[in-house]
Write a protein that binds this ligand. Structure first.
Ligand SMILES: Cc1cc2nc3c(=O)[nH]c(=O)nc-3n(C[C@H](O)[C@H](O)[C@H](O)COP(=O)(O)OP(=O)(O)OC[C@H]3O[C@@H](n4cnc5c(N)ncnc54)[C@H](O)[C@@H]3O)c2cc1C
Length: 478
């Protein structure tokens, strides 16, 4: 088999976890090959979740997950603005809906303290309604979690990935790892040989960040210890017309198995309800079901009765990489130069930067020598003023800035920013072009364009813009 690449470190998987690891390896000057089975960065579980920026207040104390969610949260405070990732800490209200749940609130507060999160505050029922006036009747009290936030699950992996690539990491798409034997390199030292559909990649060190396939890749590397049971979470999306109905993330009292279903705003100006928690055995079962949508609709109407008057515009499902263990499956086989990052189930968006830092420590313990961290080139997105972005830079996606078509300076700089293609989300031809022409991570299909621009994600769900967007894709430029 021909050799596709040869590197010091190979990272397997280009979800948000692999992206954060690749980015940190670039920051430390490590020669890195990054392998992804699919067509794009961030197109697996990373794109289909609840998009909450967790503080880790409710994590199981003492776990690696608790530690890395808290650290990931902290690192993202600085990195989100630097990478122009829409993220904001609007806070959460955790609501007890009966007396038994109200009894659990003191334990939740104590757990937050144990986890090192000291900002939670007990709310009585009146205070719950003062924070969330549109809540359904029957709340017994709650807990305010001021730091709990929202982030953009599309921009985060792409921005981390862009920075990794700008820092010298080599990404190989459509390069799923199929076999992973060890061999002796030309210098006489042992190394990994990763066979992919596009050729072999040799590397002294391997990091397995393959998400739902992390247990399978772990076995390819000769290790056991965990299995993945995909836990499906279905979600319902309400249009921006319903956005005003809630001010915070509205959390239920969690159970040992799941964080439960929430009602939450999104950084794109919509409202989410979900996710469900269904254990399956198919790692591709991302379809929604009639039962799931019925359960979500019931929950939406119970928590915020006014949602009965609002129309959901979309439903989707993601699969958590759940295992038989209560913690992440993150371990190193030092003598083999192998780090496994498996079972990152419900918190990987929030913890990815904590995980990346931890993995770097593990690789160093395996013998990897690396430079002190350096500043990576800023990877700017197209801001509200067209001139602030680089050529071929996709737009900022948060609802806290005007879209380029609403910005006279952007339109003056390039009239294609004034030609709106997706009217629901106000996406212009100029932005679609920028996403297609991105020199680092160009969009390759309609879903890639959606995640880079929001095109097709609005109320009409591509009814009006779908044909035009597809034509632009076929042309390669608007
Ligand atoms: C319903 C739901 C709600 C969630 N809500 C939140 C939330 O609110 N906040 C939060 O922080 N987290 C949340 N999560 C968790 C979060 O989405 C995940 O932890 C995170 O996306 C996992 O990222 P990953 O990179 O490990 O996996 P993935 O995104 O799945 O990426 C793994 C990648 O590896 C690739 N791959 C697989 N096999 C191979 C191979 N052999 N060779 C090469 N590449 C391979 C895949 O193609 C994929 O692109 C939620 C998850 C779900 C499902």
């Amino acid at each position: 088999m021909s050799t596709l690449d040869s590197a010091e470190v190979a990272v397997v998987g280009a979800g948000v976890v692999g992206a954060a690891i690749a980015r940190d390896l670039a920051a430390h000057g490590v020669d890195t090959a990054w392998l992804e089975a699919g067509e794009d960065v961030g197109a697996g579980t990373t794109k289909a979740n609840t998009a909450i920026w967790h503080t880790g207040f409710d994590a199981k104390p003492g776990t690696l997950e608790a530690q890395l969610v808290a650290r990931g949260y902290e690192r993202l405070i600085d990195l989100a603005p630097a990478l122009e990732v829409p993220a904001r800490a609007d806070g959460a209200v955790l609501v007890a809906w009966d007396a038994e749940q109200a009894d659990a609130l003191e334990g939740i507060l104590a757990q937050a303290e144990t986890n090192g999160y000291h900002d939670c505050r007990r709310l009585d029922a009146a205070e719950v309604y003062a924070h969330e006036p549109r809540l359904g009747a029957g709340a017994h009290g709650g807990v305010l979690v001021p730091g709990e936030g929202l982030l953009c699950p599309f921009t985060l992996p792409l921005a981390l990935g862009r920075q990794a690539l700008a820092g010298g990491v080599r990404l190989h798409l459509r390069a799923g790892v199929e076999h992973a034997p060890r061999e002796q390199g030309p210098d006489g030292r042992a190394r990994h040989r990763l066979h992919t559909s596009r050729g072999a990649v040799t590397a002294r060190y391997v990091v397995n960040a393959a998400g739902l396939a992390s247990a399978a890749v772990n076995r390819l590397l000769g290790h056991e210890g965990f299995t993945i049971t995909p836990r499906r979470g279905q979600l319902l999306v309400f249009d921006g017309l319903a956005r005003h109905l809630v001010r915070h993330v509205i959390l239920p009292v969690p159970t040992a198995r799941t964080k439960g279903m929430l009602v939450a705003p999104t950084v794109h100006g919509k409202l989410l309800v979900g996710p469900t928690a269904e254990d399956l055995d198919d790692t591709t079962a991302t379809a929604t079901t009639a039962e799931g949508i019925a359960a979500l609709t019931r929950w939406a109407r119970a928590v915020v009765p006014a949602l009965a008057e609002e129309e959901p515009i979309a439903a989707y499902a993601g699969l958590r990489a759940a295992t038989e263990h209560r913690d992440y499956q993150l371990f190193a086989a030092a003598d083999e130069g192998y780090v496994c990052v498996g079972g990152i189930r419900s918190t990987g968006l929030s913890s990815c930067l904590g995980i990346a830092e931890h993995v770097l420590g593990q690789l160093a313990a395996c013998g990897l020598e690396h430079d002190a961290p350096r500043e990576l080139p800023p990877v700017r997105l197209l801001g509200p003023v067209g001139a602030s972005g680089q050529p071929g830079a996709p737009p900022y996606l948060g609802d806290d800035r005007p879209r380029p078509c609403q910005d006279p300076a952007a339109v003056a700089s390039d009239p294609s920013y004034g030609r709106v293609v997706c009217h629901c989300e106000r996406v212009s031809a100029g932005e679609l072009h920028a996403a297609l022409a991105d020199p680092l991570l160009p969009a390759r299909d309609g879903d890639g364009l959606r995640r880079r621009t929001r095109a097709g994600q609005g109320r009409c769900q591509r009814f009006h813009c779908g044909a035009r967007v597809d034509a632009l894709l076929a042309e390669g430029r608007p």
